[in-house]
Design a protein around this ligand. Structure first.
Ligand SMILES: Nc1ncnc2c1ncn2[C@@H]1O[C@H](COP(=O)(O)OP(=O)(O)OP(=O)(O)O)[C@@H](O)[C@H]1O
Length: 368
């Protein structure tokens, strides 16, 4: 069994195997095409993917608002497929907060507990605890129609956390907030997750949000999970073109496999130069492949030293960094990003012949 912090065995909060969901209709829509996933207890787990890839459907199956067409779904080792939503120790925060406008902050937070028939003293204590957790104690008696969008979001979170669910589902909860508030709430959500120890399953189509908040990310496309990993792993080692393209900017390079050792492949670039690249453990690429190299992982050098050679087409200054667009001799375009500092002055101009280098193992062999 895998171990977590302090050698404790990791508990799996949510486990799905070959989970499919087909919505009936003409034609039927296969929203989930056989998903396998293990989400650990006390994890900030994000489902990331473009609109329509099946993120909300997966959340709705976990919550029990929809039934799967086939496959298994377990919570802490037991099937939840026969349990109605209110019997699952799971709560959901939606994009629309769905607060009661004429109730106060405290009444909104306590509402779910009252429905559960909890004793009044217990409700009062939990409401106080939750208001302190989301820093809304001073607004306890305000009606929720008289507080800001960010404050409403906090109340919605407190209300969902009040019954102490084992798993909290968050469906794009920050998308209605403006940029600054969104940034603040990202940190706030991360804090709430680590303070409560509740497993958070967060849905977003915003890659930056996923990278900054998550312990692990599942990247989804067209009803399937394309890759699961930590933010760094997904960013530095994308498994396939879709993931490399969806998260951040990437250069795609044609190459040929020239041998391999474990997860390291020897590759020949279009220039004839050789380097090493990383492969996913579960792939055995051969022949012609595509490599991914992030713009900030490559450096400009003199033409003679370059792994790739070409002509500088554009230099775009962004303040914090500069983007160099190079037309490589094989006809492809390569973009490099270099951080600026007061003493960096590339001294290059459009049309200059340049070389591009990147370290051993920096390029990633894509599975496709
Ligand atoms: N009730 C439904 N009936 C029929 N098709 C549906 C239903 N709900 C969702 N779909 C379809 O299933 C697919 C997955 O939808 P889903 O809402 O899970 O995607 P999503 O990744 O959450 O998208 P978004 O980011 O836009 O919310 C889409 O093609 C959608 O049109």
């Amino acid at each position: 069994m895998p171990c977590g912090v302090g050698g404790q065995p990791l508990k799996i909060a949510i486990s799905a195997r070959n989970l499919r969901k087909v919505y009936p209709g003409q034609p039927p829509v296969e929203a989930l095409a056989g998903v396998d996933i293990d989400i650990q207890d006390n994890e900030f787990f994000t489902l990331l993917g473009p609109s329509g890839c099946g993120k909300t459907t997966l959340l709705r199956l976990i919550a029990g608002f929809e039934n799967p067409t086939s496959g298994s779904l377990e919570m802490f080792g037991e099937s939840i497929l026969d349990a109605p939503p209110h019997k699952r120790p799971i709560n959901t925060v939606f994009q629309s907060y769905a607060l009661f406008p004429h109730m106060t902050v405290a009444q909104n937070i306590g509402f779910g507990l009252e429905m559960l028939g909890k004793p009044k003293t217990e409700i009062a204590a939990t409401v106080d605890e939750m208001m302190a957790l989301v820093k809304m104690t001073e607004m306890a008696d305000r009606q929720t129609s008289q507080i800001s969008g960010g404050q409403q979001q906090r109340v919605a979170l407190a209300r969902a956390l009040a019954p102490k669910p084992k798993v909290l589902l968050l469906d794009e909860p920050l998308s209605a907030l403006d940029f600054k508030l969104r940034k603040d709430m990202q940190l706030e959500l991360k804090r709430l997750q680590s303070e409560t120890g509740i497993t958070f399953i967060f849905v977003t189509h915003d890659q930056e949000e996923a990278l900054t908040m998550s312990d692990r990310i599942a990247v989804m496309e067209a009803g399937s999970i394309r890759q699961i990993g930590g933010p760094r792993d997904i960013y530095d080692h994308p498994a396939e073109r879709f993931v490399a393209d969806f998260i951040g900017d990437t250069n795609f390079l044609p190459a040929e496999i020239d041998g391999r050792e474990g997860v390291t492949a020897r590759v020949k670039l279009s220039s004839g130069q050789k380097t090493t690249a990383r492969m996913q453990e579960d792939t055995t690429p051969s022949g012609k492949v595509t490599l991914a190299v992030r713009p900030e992982h490559a450096r400009l050098v003199g033409e003679a030293e370059g792994l790739l050679k070409g002509a500088l087409r554009e230099i775009v200054y962004f303040g914090t960094d500069t983007h160099f667009h190079v037309d490589i001799d094989d006809g492809t375009r390569f973009v490099l990003r270099q951080q600026n500092s007061p003493d960096t002055e590339a001294g290059l101009s459009q049309g200059d012949r340049v070389g591009i280098i990147f370290g051993d193992g920096v390029a990633q062999v894509l599975r496709d």
